[in-house]
Structures are given as C-alpha cells and as structure tokens.
Design a binder for this molecule. Structure first.
Ligand code: PRP
Ligand code: URA
Length: 209
C-alpha cells in the first residue's frame, strides 16, 4: 500500500488556515498556494538519488554530491493544479511540465477529461501530479491512469487538502502512488466538497466566482 504523508509543520498549517478563510483575496490565495507548494516539494523530493562528482573549490579539489541524472516532471491537473506548478519549479527548475485537464461534472461529481499534453520522454521521468484538492479522488485517479498509460512507472501525488474518502479511493486505485497532503480534513459534504476545506480551489485561484 502507498505511503500517505500528512505535513505536520507550523508554517504549512498556518498558511493553509489563511487559505481556508473566505476573506482571503485571490492574490494572497495564489501566493500562499505557491509558498506551500515550495515547502512540500522539499519533502516530496527527499528520496532523489545523488551521485558523486569531483569539483574544485577555491581551496582544493574535492569529491561532492549532486543530483543524479534522474529526470523529473510535474503534472498539474487543470485548472487548480496550475497554482502549484511555480512553487514546484522554484525548487526543481529542471522539471518538465505536463498538463492534464479534468473537471468534475457538477451533477454527478464524476471526472471528465478534456486535455492531455505530457513531455515526449515522460516514460523516463519520475512524475509528481499536483492538485490542491483530493475530494472523491476521481480526478486524481483519472489523471494518474492517463500518465500510467504513457508508460510512467514512478508517480507521486501532492495536494493541499484531502478528504479521507479521496485518500482511500486513490490508494485503492493506485496502491503504488505515494500521497503527500498539507492537511487532512474531516469528510465530504452532500455536494462532494471537502469539509471544512476551502471551497472551490479553481475559483479562488482564478477569481471566477
Ligand atoms: C477540483 C480540484 C480537483 C477536483 C477534486 O477541480 O481541483 O481537480 O475538483 O475533486 P475529486 O477528487 O472529487 O475529483 P474542478 O473539477 O473544480 O475543476 P477546476 O480545477 O477546473 O475548477
Ligand atoms: N474541488 C474543490 O475545488 N473543492 C472541494 O472541496 C472539492 C472539490
């Protein structure tokens, strides 16, 4: 079964609380999401392999370590996942970016795919799928299905807020995908929104409501 990491860090908890508040402006919401994504990326990349290289400092020659040539990609689930990309790229600037468009049907809450564009060499990369909200899990499961169909073997999922229902569904569908969560919430409501959550992440990032 996959690993579920719930971040337990005062900086992240503080910033998530600010994001939940309905009075927080769109700009501040976006900035906070970017900052949290940076902090989470630090942990999500903890197991990246290193290799030894010889360099020369102003003092002497020395053997030191740098990231081994493993290739990384980040794939936001549109729209709201876009809000996590810049934070990720600030920490891992060499990552390539793919995009998967999925939205939830407002009546059924079932995911509907409308776009997919992945790096050409995606099957050689470790992929981190990003989306602020894991509610029923349908969108994440569908996005990860597509990525696996393209031959990717090593996938992680990074989100801001998750409902227990979504975690369970994602673990069941993709037991090989580790899940990184800034905050685990109580439950889903009758409209499949996360409680207490933060509302509609896409609308709050882009100001569409
Ligand atoms: C939101 C969110 C996730 C999805 C989560 O996207 O960003 O992608 O809902 O719900 P689920 O776990 O039940 O699938 P939404 O469908 O609102 O689209 P948007 O990002 O374009 O606003
Ligand atoms: N999508 C959101 O943006 N928010 C939720 O609470 C659930 C799904």
């Amino acid at each position: 079964m996959s690993k579920v990491v719930v971040f337990d860090h005062p900086l992240i908890t503080h910033k998530v609380t600010l994001m939940r508040d309905y009075r927080t402006f769109n700009k501040d919401f976006r900035d906070l999401l970017e900052e949290i994504s940076m902090l989470m990326t630090y942990e999500v990349t903890r197991d990246l392999p290193l290799e030894e290289v010889e360099i020369e400092t102003p003092i002497c020659k020395t053997k030191q370590k740098i990231l081994a040539g493993r290739q990384i990609g980040v794939v936001p689930i549109l729209r709201a996942g876009l809000g996590m990309v810049n934070g990720f790229l600030k920490i891992v600037p060499a990552a390539k970016v793919g995009h998967i468009g999925v939205y939830r049907d407002p009546e059924t809450s079932k995911p509907i795919e409308y776009y997919c564009k992945l790096p050409v060499d995606v099957e050689q990369r470790d992929i981190v799928v990003v989306d602020p909200m894991l509610a029923t899990g349908g969108s994440a499961i569908m996005a990860i299905n597509f990525i696996k169909e393209h031959g990717v073997k090593n996938i992680k999922f990074m989100c801001l807020i998750a409902a227990p229902e979504g975690i369970e569904a994602l673990q069941k569908a993709h037991p090989d995908v580790d899940i990184y969560i800034a905050a685990k919430d109580e439950r889903l409501n009758e409209h499949n929104y996360i409680v207490p959550g933060l509302g509609d992440a896409g609308d709050r990032i882009f100001g569409t409501k």
